[in-house]
Design a protein. Structure first.
Length: 91
C-alpha cells in the first residue's frame, strides 16, 4: 500500500504551482461506523408454515391477520435493529 506523506507531496505541489496546475490529493476519510442498536421487540408472526410474514407490534392492524396470506398471527419476541419511530402522521 502506497501512502503519500506531506514530504512526498510537497515537491509535486511546488513543481505544479510553477506550471500553474492544481494538484489535488483525495484521501479516503475514516467514515464513522454506524452502530446498530439491537433490542428485543414484540412482533406478530404468521402461524402458517408456508408464510414467513411478520410485523412489529407498532404496525399491526386491529384485525391481527397476516397481510401476505391472511392467516392468523401469533405474538413473539425477536431481537431486531432499533428503528426511529418519531415520525409525524400526515394531516
Amino acid at each position: 500500500m502506497n501512502i503519500l506523506t506531506k514530504e512526498a507531496v510537497a515537491p509535486c505541489l511546488t513543481r505544479n504551482a510553477d506550471k500553474r496546475r492544481l494538484l489535488m490529493y483525495f484521501a479516503k476519510k475514516n467514515a464513522e461506523e454506524q452502530v446498530t442498536i439491537m433490542e428485543e421487540t414484540v412482533v406478530y408472526a404468521c402461524e402458517s408454515e408456508l408464510c414467513n410474514g411478520w410485523m412489529r407490534q407498532e404496525f399491526v392492524m386491529d384485525n391481527h391477520s397476516c397481510p401476505m396470506c391472511g392467516g392468523a398471527l401469533k405474538e413473539e419476541v425477536r431481537e431486531l435493529p432499533q428503528i426511529r419511530n418519531d415520525f409525524r402522521t400526515f394531516r
